[in-house]
Design a binder for this molecule. Structure first.
Ligand SMILES: O=P(O)(O)OC[C@@H](O)[C@@H](O)c1c[nH]c2ccccc12
Length: 274
């Protein structure tokens, strides 16, 4: 059975159990539930934004342990100081080693930066929970949901003032699942069956995504050169985990990437002309 199927099966059991531990009513009474979420769209589209969504990811099914030494509050605050536009925090425990508490700690350390709850959302309960733990936007993965679920889940997210990033992998998912109710569209460069990443996937799908959506390229991004060429294809956001997390100092790795990008970007060459 492929890994996505296994993740989803496990998630269904986990969510049913979690509902018996904390009711939706209780989630709605949490202090963070009353906080006003921030807009990822605004943060990514603001002039001068790096567009980088920097991810906190301890491990993954494809790579095993990536980094279990660094702390979430310190790492995410470092990302923000280095220039991240948004943060991504994995909250799936069995496969990615994340927790809801990780997201809440990132929230407390970074009050002014939008954070995405990175998880496999298959039940409306998880969307209410996303707001209650301090998230600003959620991920909906086309490969895990029906087109109707994408509609109803993104409507619920909006009712809770959360934005939605819809993740697609290919043309077929885009054709069947893209709806006006999502805010950002992410193209995952990672093939979920082989785990191979190829940024050509983003290039191929770019022109099929209407400009009313903010386009995000996800996974396997390492070099400033590829970010620059994806920007030229119309991408404004870049979701990056492993390239940063595999180093001892993830924030420093982001700082280096942004320095490389500034060097390459013709608009910023001005700063080198005396
Ligand atoms: O670590 P990378 O290759 O930079 O990828 C980050 C992010 O795109 C990846 O973690 C991701 C994309 N979609 C997901 C869905 C679930 C879990 C994880 C993901």
């Amino acid at each position: 059975m492929d890994v996505l199927k296994r993740i989803i099966e496990r998630k269904r059991t986990e969510v049913e159990y979690q509902k018996t531990v904390v009711s939706q009513r209780e989630l709605e009474q949490r202090p963070l539930f009353n906080r006003k979420p921030l807009s990822a769209r605004d943060a990514i589209c603001r002039p001068g934004s790096s567009g980088i969504i920097a991810e906190f990811k301890r491990k993954s099914p494809s790579k095993g342990i990536i980094n279990d030494q660094v702390l979430v509050a310190e790492t995410t605050a470092g990302y923000v100081r280095a220039g991240a536009a948004c943060l991504s925090v994995l909250t799936d425990e069995p496969f990615f080693g994340g927790t809801s508490q990780d997201l809440t700690q990132a929230r407390e350390a970074n009050p002014a930066t939008p954070i995405i709850r990175k998880d496999f959302i298959i039940d409306p309960y998880q969307i209410v929970e996303a707001r209650a733990i301090g998230a600003d936007f959620i991920l909906l993965i086309a490969a895990c949901l029906s087109p109707e679920e994408v509609q109803t889940f993104s409507q619920l997210a909006h009712d809770l003032a959360l934005e939605v990033l819809l993740e697609v992998h290919d043309e077929a998912e885009l054709a069947s699942h893209l709806t006006e109710t999502v805010d950002l569209v992410g193209v995952n460069n990672r093939n979920l069956k082989t785990f191979v990443t190829d940024t050509e996937t983003s290039v191929r799908l770019a022109s099929l995504i209407p400009d009313s959506f903010v386009k995000i390229s996800e996974s396997g991004l390492q070099q400033a050169e590829s970010i620059l060429s994806l920007q030229q294809s119309g991408y404004r956001g870049f979701l990056i985990g492993e390239t940063f997390m595999k180093t001892a100092d993830p924030a420093q790795a982001l700082e280096q990437l942004l320095a490389d990008l500034n060097q390459l970007n013709p608009l910023s060459q001005k700063q080198y002309i005396v």
